[in-house]
Design a protein around this ligand. Structure first.
Ligand code: HEM
Length: 206
């Protein structure tokens, strides 16, 4: 067991296999079996899993790395800039993409009408009484989409310059680091309101 646990790749593969077993067990006992509802639940699982990885890394950057970086001695900074940050950013940006893909999957497996209502803040159904829930869920989904665009459109391109993956002069490098930091802070700011829609909608509206 210690051998297995000392290998990251094998541990994550085993974790996925155990989860697959659980997912299969759910399909076997679910009232509808392996129907569309089952696949919606699988997508929901994948969505929350990748969301944890994405937002977990966003929180690592904001709770730890950005705050501690200024107090790290100059000769040690490359350990973060050249080794830790690029790896964290790799999982961060791909987890963001996976979260959106699976989230959109959940939206559409709940039906096109639901997707249209949420994406239009309830306007698709005429914003009649009872559509307010769609509006609140729509706010969360659009906040998450803005956060995703921020990751791929602003944070990652600027981090590439700040970390020296794309070579630019020192002035541009410092500017890129500042833009990336502010964009990351913006996502931190949006993260909790976004999560409110994601986490509260199903319990309150079904
Ligand atoms: C841009 C992308 C996103 C889209 C399109 C999206 C879409 C959705 C949808 C449609 C649901 C189901 C809501 C319902 O019950 O009807 C959902 C649930 C959820 N989402 Fe997202 N989401 C996105 C981003 C995120 C992010 C970044 C997180 C961060 C962790 C997240 C976490 C969750 C959680 C925890 C649930 C609740 C699952 C449950 O209670 O069953 N989502 N999302």
């Amino acid at each position: 067991m210690a051998n297995l646990l000392s290998n990251f790749r094998n541990t994550i593969i085993l974790s996925l296999l155990l989860a697959a077993l659980m997912i299969f067990a759910f399909g076997r006992v679910a009232p509808g079996g392996f129907d569309l509802g089952f696949w919606q639940a699988v997508l929901r699982w994948a969505h929350v899993g990748s969301g944890i990885l994405w937002i977990g890394l966003l929180y690592y950057f904001n709770f730890v790395q950005i705050r501690v970086m200024p107090s790290i001695p100059a000769e040690l900074k490359p350990a973060v800039g050249k080794h830790i940050a690029p790896e964290a950013l790799f999982w961060f940006r791909w987890a963001a993409l996976a979260t959106v893909v699976f989230g959109v999957g959940v939206l559409f497996t709940r039906g096109h009408a639901y997707a249209a209502e949420v994406l239009s803040f309830g306007l698709a159904g005429g914003l009649v009484q009872g559509d307010q829930g769609f509006m609140l869920m729509g706010v969360g989904v659009w906040l998450a989409i803005v956060m995703f665009l921020n990751v791929w459109g602003i944070i990652w391109p600027n981090q590439k310059r700040a970390l020296g993956i794309v070579v630019v002069d020192d002035d541009k490098k410092a500017k890129a680091a500042r833009v990336a930091m502010l964009a990351s802070r913006t996502n931190l700011l949006l993260s909790l309101p976004m999560l409110t829609s994601m986490a509260m909608y199903q319990t309150l509206f079904g």
